[in-house]
Design a binder for this molecule. Sequence first.
Ligand SMILES: Nc1ncnc2c1ncn2[C@@H]1O[C@H](COP(=O)(O)OP(=O)(O)O)[C@@H](O)[C@H]1O
Ligand SMILES: [Mg+2]
Length: 247
Amino acid sequence: MKEPIISVRDLVSKFGEQTILHDVSLDIYPREITVILGRSGCGKTTLVKNILQLFQPNSGSVKIFNKEVTTMDELEFNSMLSKIGMLFQNGALLNSLTIFDNVSIPLEQHTELSVDIIARMIRVKLKLVDLTQAENMLPAELSGGMKKRAALARAIALDPVILICDEPSAGLDPLTSASLDELILKLKNLLKMTIVIVTHELASIHRIADRIIFLDEGRVLFSGTLQEAKKTSIPEVETFFRVGKFG
Ligand SMILES: Nc1ncnc2c1ncn2[C@@H]1O[C@H](COP(=O)(O)OP(=O)(O)O)[C@@H](O)[C@H]1O
Ligand SMILES: [Mg+2]
């Protein structure tokens, strides 16, 4: 069995009186695509934000690269964050900056590289996401799918070991969504990234997922490989894989 690259144990997270995550434990394995799924409001975004310490969990443990992050000091945590790319649900690009400048932000913030090298790195990423022609365009001039790809280029600007995407295909048409899947598979296969994706699009899950974590009201209802998920008799999971909806 592979060693997990992210390991969550007994995570409890509350907003005020409301408990959002109840003793969540899960493992994310290197170089796999793990899909986190569950109905709207079940705590997926909260989980991701807890893993990344954007929210402090109330209790429990989160280990990334085998290091406890809930008690890590800010300096150490920030250096770890540079190895993790994030693409959020409303992962907005800065509207006043060109695509090129948007992608340059993490490189300027986290590295001391020269302007020339940064420019070269940006162009490699823009080529990867097929946006070479758009480098001087503003976000408003791009289609929804192109914006997603630009945000993805920014998320991988620092060549992260782990990429976390929260509903990357929300609001995209099926064709655009399929091409985003292709791109995500490319990041896994070509760049050996570990990828965590929140999505509930069944077609996409079949295309990309190695492993599934199914949340229900802040609890892990199922975790296992895609093959195991398709065969499970847990009713909620079975229903989802049969009809692509949460029943
Ligand atoms: N900032 C917040 N303050 C209070 N409650 C929140 C906040 N963010 C999310 N919640 C609540 O936490 C629950 C889980 O939300 P979320 O993690 O965004 O779900 P999901 O991403 O699965 O749709 C929901 O009931 C939501 O209303
Ligand atoms: Mg969410």
